[in-house]
Design a protein around this ligand. Structure first.
Ligand code: GLA
Length: 389
């Protein structure tokens, strides 16, 4: 994590609130495989990264909550007794959602002063929202004096994002932020929350982010539309098979046999989900065996499926993915996060990040007239308190 950024967040806190705060950090994530299947009960393979969100915080004697951020303009102030709606809360909807949910679920909280600062680009597919949710949850619990195990922080973050912010997302992002560990991908089965850490051959591989330099807001609607379209497919399949709980339970052959039950759009959405589930299952075995080339091919197929069947890619993300695959150091590349803009992720041979990044950035610039941000990423770890040096 960037300790210089932690110092700036503490300073920002002091400048605004005239005292020192304690400081916590939670990671963002990239997702190696498993696009748009967490909310269909599928398995996913995210990795916590060393970029994330810091919060400096202190408890207050009253019920006021005051929030400032290094990344976003506009201070917010509200009372725990009358929290604003998500729309009225603006950028502070995520931390507000956490605190409001803690209270609704029976915790009596003190007021807080909070200063945030992060180095995950917002709306880029690396889960700045889960990082801010998780870091707020662990800071609030520590300052209010109750125990909140990481998995509870992740569950709470999920409830706040779906119920308060109103994004129909799955559990992947907060679970990755709360349970990810250095050197590992998190295998998470979103149907029953079972999970395990899968060691990665980190001596042979490196992660590179390829930023399309376009952004999206999950609250904008495209994401929830995809959820609705694919849930419509599930409803029709359920009409034929009443016990069916989620799309991740449907096999590829089974879906083909039900082709006539779905219209073209529903079939495409469902087709992505069931094939992606099969890819992630296979990927776990390949990663365990250290078979990076074969794993990379699954990333490539995942991107194609996200592009043609789920239709969440963009021209720039497709270009980045193709340019990445054109370099010999690249094992695989795909869009990461929700898509609709944001970033692609490449897995490349260790030691070759720089020539790879230069190759992709120069060609992208030639084509789109803008140099993309392309950079290596390190592993993150568990959410933690950051001690002052
Ligand atoms: C967003 C959501 C996640 C997941 C991904 C797509 O990041 O928050 O729950 O659905 O998109 O895989």
């Amino acid at each position: 994590m960037d300790l210089e950024l932690a110092r700036r967040v503490r300073r920002h806190f002091r400048d605004h609130f005239g005292a020192d705060g304690r400081c916590w950090f939670a990671s963002g994530r990239v997702n190696l495989l498993g696009a748009h299947i967490d909310y269909h009960g599928g398995p996913v393979l995210p990795v916590a990264i060393d970029r994330g969100v810091f919060v400096a915080a202190r408890a207050r004697a009253d019920r006021k909550v005051r929030l400032v951020s290094l990344n976003v303009d506009g201070d917010c102030e509200w009372s725990l007794d009358s929290p604003p709606t998500a729309a009225a809360a603006g950028w502070s909807a995520y931390p507000v959602g956490i605190l409001a949910h803690l209270e609704q679920e029976g915790r009596r909280l003190p007021g807080f002063d909070l200063a945030f600062g992060g180095d995950v680009p917002i709306g880029a597919g690396m889960s700045s929202s889960a990082a801010i949710l998780v870091v707020t949850a662990i800071a609030a619990a520590a300052l209010a004096g109750f125990d909140l195990p990481p998995i509870e922080a992740a569950r709470l973050a999920y409830r706040a994002e779906t119920r308060y912010v109103g994004v129909k997302c799955g559990i992947m992002d907060p679970f990755a932020s709360a349970l990810g560990r250095r050197g590992h991908a998190l295998w998470l089965d979103c149907r029953d929350e079972s999970h395990e850490l899968v060691p990665l051959p980190s001596e042979r591989m490196a992660f590179v982010v390829l930023d399309s330099m376009t952004r999206r807001e999950l609250r904008d609607g495209g994401f929830n539309r995809r959820v609705a379209e694919s849930m419509a497919a599930l409803s029709k399949l359920k009409a034929r098979k009443p016990g069916l709980a989620c799309l991740a339970e449907v096999g590829v052959d089974e879906l083909d046999a039900s082709r006539d039950a779905l219209d073209d759009l529903e079939w495409k959405r469902a087709r992505h989900v069931v094939t992606e589930v099969a890819r992630v299952r296979r990927a776990r075995e390949l990663l365990r065996a250290g078979a990076l080339l074969e794993f990379g091919q699954l990333m490539w197929l995942s991107h194609l499926s996200s592009r043609h069947f789920y239709e969440v890619s963009t021209e720039r993300l497709d270009a980045l993915q193709e340019l990445a695959l054109g370099h010999s150091a690249c094992y695989g590349a795909r869009l990461t996060g929700a898509g609709f803009g944001g970033c692609a992720l490449a897995v490349v041979r260790k030691g070759e990040v720089e020539p790879f990044a230069a190759h992709v950035a120069a060609r992208f610039e030639q084509r789109f007239g803008r140099r993309p941000d392309v950079y290596g990423l390190d592993f993150g770890g568990a959410p933690c308190e950051v001690q002052e040096e």
